[in-house]
Design a binder for this molecule. Structure first.
Ligand SMILES: Cc1cc2nc3c(=O)[nH]c(=O)nc-3n(C[C@H](O)[C@H](O)[C@H](O)COP(=O)(O)OP(=O)(O)OC[C@H]3O[C@@H](n4cnc5c(N)ncnc54)[C@H](O)[C@@H]3O)c2cc1C
Length: 270
């Protein structure tokens, strides 16, 4: 699913009066009886509970945890994602070397999602550098990059962060999605985990009137799942760094097993 389609669906379920747009939260202050959020335009809102689903650069996480605990670790200075016509893959396909990773995921008959991460590209924001970084990769990868470069304005550049926290909640604040557990997108589970977080948190909050208990139950249900995908991500990153001859021999055996051991547990509702 494309992000814009997801946002349209989510937006369709809300009324104008329930959503404030264009006024980010700049600060959160926990008080005994409430939490007070200050908005960019200076307004202040009081709430019983704040759910911080504000992504990798989360203001909420910064308000909840001090110092290094709240920081995200930078795992890639530059990565690119883009949509292209299918260059000839049938399913989730990853190409990895010690220097770079390239992922292709067909979405429908015509469109394919691609993600490229050259590990040594510095902060480079120049998409043409991808042709050099992936020059030794198979033809399907080079073809995908060539087709994306026909319109570089549609290529999305971003650094990559990893966030691992022992607690997702403190006082009147609880985190969800990337704010709690951002990870490298090799298994393409970040958005899925975020959506599941929202559903599980909603379920717990609607079943239990005491939100302290609801949040503890939410953490207990969700943390092992995020940790599972993060561990699988680590294994994939380690496998990509193995010597090429070994990877070529081992991957046909390891690859399908890693795929199954990562995704099979996720088919069970948390
Ligand atoms: C290169 C790359 C490729 C990826 N590919 C995939 C993939 O194929 N599949 C997949 O499932 N996931 C993928 N992901 C991960 C996915 O994008 C994230 O996991 C997902 O977007 C997280 O959703 P989120 O709602 O938690 O955070 P975000 O999508 O980051 O949304 C956070 C929202 O909070 C808002 N916000 C931030 N700060 C404030 C503030 N102070 N006040 C108010 N609002 C604020 C932001 O504007 C934003 O709208 C990829 C990530 C990267 C970097």
């Amino acid at each position: 699913m494309l992000r814009k389609d997801l946002l349209t669906i989510l937006g369709g379920g809300s009324t104008d009066s329930s959503v404030l747009r264009g006024c980010g939260v700049t600060a959160l202050e926990q008080r005994e009886q409430a939490i007070v959020a200050t908005l960019e335009d200076g307004r202040q809102l009081r709430a019983e509970l704040v759910i911080g689903a504000d992504g990798v650069y989360s203001t909420t996480r910064a308000a909840m945890l001090s110092g290094d605990h709240q920081k995200a670790s930078l795992i890639g200075k530059a990565s690119w994602r883009f949509m292209i016509p299918n260059p000839g893959v049938e399913c989730w396909t990853v190409f990895a070397s010690a220097e770079a990773v390239f992922l292709l995921m067909p979405l429908n008959q015509s469109e394919t999602y691609a993600w490229a991460m050259p590990k040594q590209s510095g902060n480079g924001r120049e998409p043409a550098a991808l042709e050099v970084a992936f020059a030794k990769f198979p033809a399907v990868v080079r073809e995908a990059i060539r087709s994306a470069l026909a319109d570089p304005s549609r290529m999305h550049h971003s650094p990559l962060f990893d966030i691992r926290l022992s607690q997702w909640a403190t006082g009147r604040i609880v985190l969800a999605g990337d704010a709690a557990h951002a990870m490298a997108p090799v298994w393409a589970q970040g958005a899925a985990l975020g959506l599941e977080d929202a559903l599980v948190l909603a379920e717990e909050l609607s079943n239990i009137s005491d939100w302290n208990t609801a949040i503890k139950r939410y953490e207990a249900r969700r943390q092992p799942r995020a940790a599972h995908v993060q561990a699988a991500t680590d294994r994939m990153s380690r496998a990509a760094s193995l010597p090429e001859w070994f990877r070529t021999l081992a991957m046909p055996f390891i690859g399908p097993r890693s795929y199954a051991s990562t995704y099979d547990p996720l088919k069970v509702w948390p």
